[in-house]
Design a binder for this molecule. Structure first.
Ligand code: NIG
Ligand code: FE
Length: 411
């Protein structure tokens, strides 16, 4: 691993691929519009891309410049994972084995396992242990090309642990989301009592630590009225809004998200035609989590219908110990192409520029063009589409973050 402040030139790349234009999010027919340059370079200065294009247009560079030989490699923007639950202690491998023998995710949850078993482990871990877990998970993600990740709380459901989770996520470089309404903790009476308490006791400090709020709107978790109350309070405290919605049932997530101007509704495996139309007519991004659908043996979300209807979609891992023990966005891109019928170019835009938009960072992240952050993923193939083509393979060769090599297979 090297650290190169100053200037870095990635030269003689077989290809460079970057979502077209400068706006966000990309939607409809525009989702797959991609600029691909053969025999290319990327020049990074002070953590920012200052030039990118064909080698024949490489400007003369005076002074010291570190170089990466890009021969045989393809560059894409650093991947953005806009939906993870990367801050947790313990694992749920026992539950995984039970599910393989036929138990359902919802049954395990209703029996006090599932999310609540990770809550018990996370409460028992100290803040430094949680921060170390997020750093470890971040390292896993980085080796698959993720240069920016969001992570949610939601495994504390008490004041100290929720806030410790948010601090741990920040300290490990993640974009923190307060998932204060993830599940009902076992010590609490009703969902309404829990929300009264969480909004009075946790929200004031959570709003200082987090950028967004999220709620699990689902049977067995929180209903639409409760989600509305939670999100309105969070919006008033300055947080952007996200929802886990339509995972198992359509319980009103899309109407609520459009009414409140949420950034995203995530999951959508149960979304029907009306939901597709409503999302397409809104500015809310549909975040697709095919690794979660695969891991739970659930139907895939109606991705093609959403794109054709003009909805903005993003892709994310949903990395968590219960429903998606998967940190790889390249694998998610492969699932997007094989299960969701997105093209490789659509999948790339969905986990770069559109995911950056969900995190409010599309002016800086998600493209390889002047003015964008110098976060670059080098694919170990001469065609960038190997990102989605290599199913579960070691597709990432080198990861550059803020203009410095953060990880390399060659090292
Ligand atoms: O996005 N559905 C709710 N929350 C997570 C799973 C969390 C867990 O199982 O620990 C999800 O699938
Ligand atoms: Fe999730």
């Amino acid at each position: 691993m090297t650290s190169t402040p100053g200037r870095l030139l990635v030269r003689d790349l077989a290809q460079l691929a970057s979502p077209s234009g400068r706006g966000a999010p990309l939607r409809g027919a525009g989702l797959g519009s991609l600029d691909v340059v053969e025999h290319a370079f990327v020049l990074c200065e002070g953590g920012t891309v200052t030039a990118a294009g064909a080698m024949r247009d490489l400007p003369a560079l005076a002074g010291e410049v570190a170089e990466i030989d890009g021969r045989g490699l393809a560059a894409v923007p650093g991947l953005v994972d806009c939906h993870t639950h990367a801050c947790f202690a313990g694992d749920r491998v026992d539950e995984f084995a039970l599910r393989s023998a036929g138990a359902s995710y919802e049954e395990l949850h209703a029996a006090g396992g599932g999310i609540l078993s990770t809550v018990r482990a996370t409460r028992a871990a100290g803040e430094e242990t949680l921060a170390a877990a997020v750093r470890r998970h971040r390292g896993w993600m980085r080796r698959h090309g993720t240069t920016t990740f969001e992570a949610k709380s939601g495994y504390g459901l008490d004041r100290d642990t929720e806030l410790a989770q948010l601090r741990a996520i920040r300290s490990a470089g993640g974009v923190p989301t307060w998932l204060g309404a993830h599940a009902l903790p076992s010590e609490t009476g009703s969902a309404d009592d829990y929300l009264d308490w969480a909004l009075a006791e946790v929200l004031p400090e959570a709003a200082r630590l987090a950028e967004a709020a999220d709620v699990f709107l689902e049977r067995g978790a929180f209903d639409a009225g409760q989600a509305r109350r939670y999100l309105l309070a969070c919006r008033a405290a300055g947080l952007s809004l996200r929802l886990h919605g339509d995972q198992f049932t359509e319980a009103g997530a899309i109407p609520l998200a459009t009414e409140l101007g949420a950034r995203s509704v995530d999951h959508l495996e149960a979304t029907g035609d009306d939901g597709v139309r409503a999302l397409a007519a809104s500015d809310v991004v549909g975040v697709l989590l095919p690794a979660s659908a695969l891991f739970l043996g659930r139907p895939m979300p109606p991705a093609r219908a959403l794109v054709e209807a003009g909805a903005a979609v993003a892709l994310a891992t949903d990395f968590n110990p219960g429903s998606a023990y998967c940190e790889s966005l390249p694998l998610v891109c492969a699932l997007a192409c094989t299960q969701l019928r997105l093209s490789p170019a659509e999948a790339l835009a969905a986990c770069t520029v559109n995911a950056a938009h969900v995190l409010g960072r599309a002016d800086r992240l998600g493209r390889l063009a002047p003015g964008y952050a110098a976060d670059v993923v080098l694919i170990g193939a001469d065609d960038w589409r190997h990102l989605a083509y290599h199913l579960g393979g070691e597709v990432v060769h080198t990861v550059v973050e803020a203009g410095a090599v953060a990880w390399s297979r060659a090292a």
